[in-house]
Design a binder for this molecule. Structure first.
Ligand code: FAD
Length: 389
């Protein structure tokens, strides 16, 4: 009989903690265990790429310690503890904390494992020096390493790379951004929208190297030398790599839980393995692996209902993403990859760009707003189709 075993959530990121909060709104009694490989501090991950300019230290980004979370959620929180195996037949986890190993039975299991940054493939003896900042510990390491330095090379001109560039340039660093696409934010925005972001960041001092890649990173006297495939050589103090994230699927995969890009779930967030659910960046919900906050909030609300006896499917409205390039803000609702259609500009000037992506029937499928035009977001988002009804 597993009914007296706890609900176990693996992960103390926004997904794990939001689900725990939603659960406790509905049910105060079910035993709840939350497990994290990290220290379990609660923080708002999107703030990582705004922290330098706002002069927040890593400590100031913590909203609650794991202890405080445990008290307010009436949960047991196991920190610095890895889940290394899942036996779905006996509903039992293997946990490792340091050299200690332990087993834990669950009634229901939720995997909220997040995603990890893709490692950049470059040559040179400093290839391993690039910081990949995807959690508070990563940020802490970079924050310490960047103290007293002057210049940073950001590999990747996508959402996260541009946000770090925006933050660091306003914090006194010299910043270079490198991206193989010919425009920053190239996979999200039409060209003229990208151009306004590039212009604003360039005016603030960011140096873009677009349409090129880094071949090698080598230590040199006084820093790191980067060689680009267009022949440019740059000398910098620190390197950040922000070339994308990949859902953490290995734990599921090696324990017989079906995966694709993410851990595969239906709209109830149920995986292919009974009593096991997935939520947040690690989950691929009915074909959608969306590594953003809005989808995990919707998922947490639905899953809390499901876990407390009211099976509820998650739906995704149109969920525009705000890119926190504060020098030139962006709001984008990108059409699904591979969608047929074209971008049209309603506005395209020095202060703002508003573009709509429409199909042959002039149906609005996505939009991109830059600068002053961001104010139209609510209106367009209502007209654009939901992601998953
Ligand atoms: P994570 O926060 O990665 O949490 C995963 C947890 O699982 C961690 O606690 C980890 O320790 C634990 N874990 C993993 N494996 C194991 C294991 N085997 N055993 C035990 N524990 C394990 N989204 C937006 O919508 N808007 C934004 O403006 C925005 N800005 C961002 C800026 C940056 C710099 C970054 C990096 C992301 C940003 N995002 C933004 C994305 C958003 O932050 C993420 O989608 C969200 O935080 C993911 O939460 P999560 O709980 O799924 O994953």
């Amino acid at each position: 009989d597993h009914t007296r075993d706890p609900v176990v959530i693996v992960g103390t990121g926004l997904a794990g903690y939001h689900l725990a909060k939603e659960l406790r709104k509905l049910d105060q009694r079910t035993p709840l265990v939350i497990i994290s490989a990290d220290n379990g501090d609660s923080y708002h991950k999107p703030q990582l790429s705004m922290a330098f300019h706002k002069v927040r230290t890593p400590e100031q980004l913590v909203s609650n310690s794991a202890r405080e979370m445990a008290l307010s959620l009436r949960a047991q929180i196991l920190t610095f503890t890895q889940v290394t195996a899942i036996d779905s037949a006996s509903r039992c986890l293997t946990l490792k904390a340091g050299l200690q190993s332990q087993r834990l039975h669950y009634d229901k299991l939720v995997l909220a494992l997040g995603a990890e940054p893709v490692e950049v493939a470059v040559g040179g003896d400093a290839a391993g020096c690039a910081f990949r900042i995807n959690d508070l510990q990563d940020f802490q390491r970079f924050y310490t390493a960047a103290a007293g330095t002057k210049s940073v090379l950001v590999i990747g001109g996508g959402l996260i790379g541009c946000e770090y560039a925006n933050d660091l340039i306003q914090s006194g660093f010299q910043v270079h951004v490198i991206d193989p696409q010919t425009h920053a934010l190239g996979s999200l925005l039409p060209d003229n929208a990208s151009r306004l972001v590039e212009k604003s960041l360039s005016e603030a001092g960011v140096q873009f190297h677009l349409g090129t890649t880094v071949i090698s990173l080598d230590y040199c006297s006084g820093g790191i030398q980067a060689v680009l495939d267009n022949g440019t050589q740059l000398q910098v103090d620190r390197v950040i790599s922000a070339i994308g994230v990949r859902p953490r699927i290995t734990l599921a995969q090696t324990n017989g839980i079906p995966v694709n890009r993410g851990i595969v779930t239906d709209r109830y967030l149920a995986t292919g393995s009974e009593h096991i659910y997935a939520l947040g960046d690690c989950a691929e919900v009915d074909g959608h692996n969306l590594c953003y906050v809005a989808p995990l909030l919707a998922g947490a609300r639905a899953l809390a209902l499901t876990l407390t006896g009211t099976p509820t499917q998650v739906t995704y409205d149109n969920m525009p993403v705000s890119i926190k390039t504060t020098l030139c803000p962006v709001t984008v609702s990108a059409p699904p990859p591979g969608t047929e259609g074209q971008w049209q500009y309603d506005r395209d000037d020095d202060k703002g760009v508003a573009a709509r992506f429409t199909d042959g029937d002039r149906q609005l499928l996505g939009f991109a707003l830059v600068g002053d035009a961001c104010s139209q977001s609510a209106e367009l988002s209502e007209q654009a189709p939901p992601i998953m009804q």
